[in-house]
Design a protein around this ligand. Sequence first.
Ligand SMILES: C[S@@+](CC[C@H](N)C(=O)[O-])C[C@H]1O[C@@H](n2cnc3c(N)ncnc32)[C@H](O)[C@@H]1O
Length: 323
Amino acid sequence: MASRDPARTVQSSATARSTNEEGESRHADIVDVDEDVDSAFEDGDNVSYSSLRDDYWGPSDEQQYETLNAGHVLYLVLDSNQPNPLFRSPITSPLYVLDIGTGPGTWAIDVADQFSAATVYGVDLSPPPATWVPPNCFLQVDDVLQDWTWREEFDLIHMRLMLGAFTDTEWGAVYKKCFDNLRSGGYIEQIELDVRVMSDDGSLDPDSLLAGWGQNFLDCAQRAGRPLDTQLTMKAKIEAAGFVDVQEHLYKCPIGAWPKDPLLKDAGRINLAHWSSGLEGWAMFLLTRWGAPEPWTADEARVYVAKVREELKKRRLHIWHYT
Ligand SMILES: C[S@@+](CC[C@H](N)C(=O)[O-])C[C@H]1O[C@@H](n2cnc3c(N)ncnc32)[C@H](O)[C@@H]1O
């Protein structure tokens, strides 16, 4: 979270929320393993939606929305011990809120529900599948790289999992627009995740496909010109846009119900569903357009995903990623 102060930036990186508050380090410590646990996941069906751009790496289909909804719950669980699990910014009665890249609009809808006096906009390249939204929530289809049409000065602008959406230059432009469209003293808050999977106890075989997964996609995205390392780079870019008081919180986010800690166990269980539902959608565009040494065929990408999926199911895997 960070502020524009003119407006502050609450930068929460999807578990890389930036903040220096005490007591936040628990998520970044070594996570104790519950020895008595197993994991499993299921697949889902799919329907696609239109998008304003054809160069964004993520799909806009039922499967992706299911993944994003799991991600939404994941982040609520990770911050369930916070005063407001929806955002860190110290805002108690916002009037205008904007959610950039709102996807299914779940975050925007929840914020509108919580603050009935606020007007909450969610904007995305694709129309949201939501059939009902609160009367103070407006889910709009637009490209935030184009001119902004909102007249309001926002109290809070939120982004979550926008990794790989913009080039470095575009990120600079987006943060500047955020700064210019926040009221003085308003906040920007962003949650991102690091796509690299890790383990502390060697349970992740360094030669496994899962261990190489993150770097594979970081490399694809680099070739595409829209880096996926947003979690690592956003703080500097937010500061460069003029925000002050930038705070970052970094979490170790488990995949699987292996941690002992009940909150992390819950988070890990949900995150396994998040990953298992997301794998194929995350992989297809980047591998088939930017895979190395040549773009992969769709079949090659599917076989790879299937193998990674098998690895994810393995017991005794104490894996996590930063967020
Ligand atoms: C990974 S999804 C995250 C969705 C949502 N923030 C969440 O956490 O559930 C990223 C979203 O950003 C949207 N997006 C990408 N580029 C965009 C742009 N230029 N303008 C508006 N939305 C964009 C995509 O369409 C996609 O729905």
